[in-house]
Design a protein around this ligand. Structure first.
Ligand code: FES
Length: 139
């Protein structure tokens, strides 16, 4: 086997190995814009903030396709989790009190407004009400 034959076979092998990942949606770079970006509707659920991520300022979690973040003991945020670019879940960034998509870098305000980066649509903001350790998230 000469060098040309070797690289020809290796190149084909790599392409054959990646194709199933793209078909299965496992490789994020293969996803299409607009997939899985729909914000949940008719939302109404309760989270316990006494334990887990929401027990600490700056903590956040994703529940029912909504990212819920704790700014401080009396201030919580809730926006649709799926980035409006290609649907990757956004993270809450405590230092800037905003949301960031780790996939391609889109940034959103603490109310979900698109600030910069890929995409142009806002995240949907949800209502929150805290009673004791129960945080109600609703639309
Ligand atoms: S999925 Fe591309 S910036 Fe969020």
């Amino acid at each position: 086997m000469n060098r040309k034959e070797f690289f020809s076979r290796v190149g084909f092998g790599a392409a054959a190995a990646l194709l199933p990942a793209c078909v299965a949606g496992l490789a994020t770079s293969c996803s299409s814009a607009g997939e899985n970006t729909a914000a949940p509707t008719s939302v109404d659920f309760i989270l316990d903030i006494s334990t887990g991520s929401l027990a600490t300022d700056g903590g956040f979690l994703v529940s029912n396709k909504i990212v819920v973040a704790r700014v401080n003991a009396s201030t919580f945020l809730a926006v649709s989790a799926a980035c409006t670019h290609e649907g990757t879940n956004v993270n809450y960034v405590n230092s800037s009190n905003s949301f960031h998509c780790p996939n391609h870098g889109a940034n959103f305000s603490n109310t979900g407004s698109h600030l910069n980066g890929p995409g142009s649509s806002d995240l949907k903001q949800y209502n929150v009400t805290l009673v004791g350790n129960s945080l109600r998230v609703y639309s």
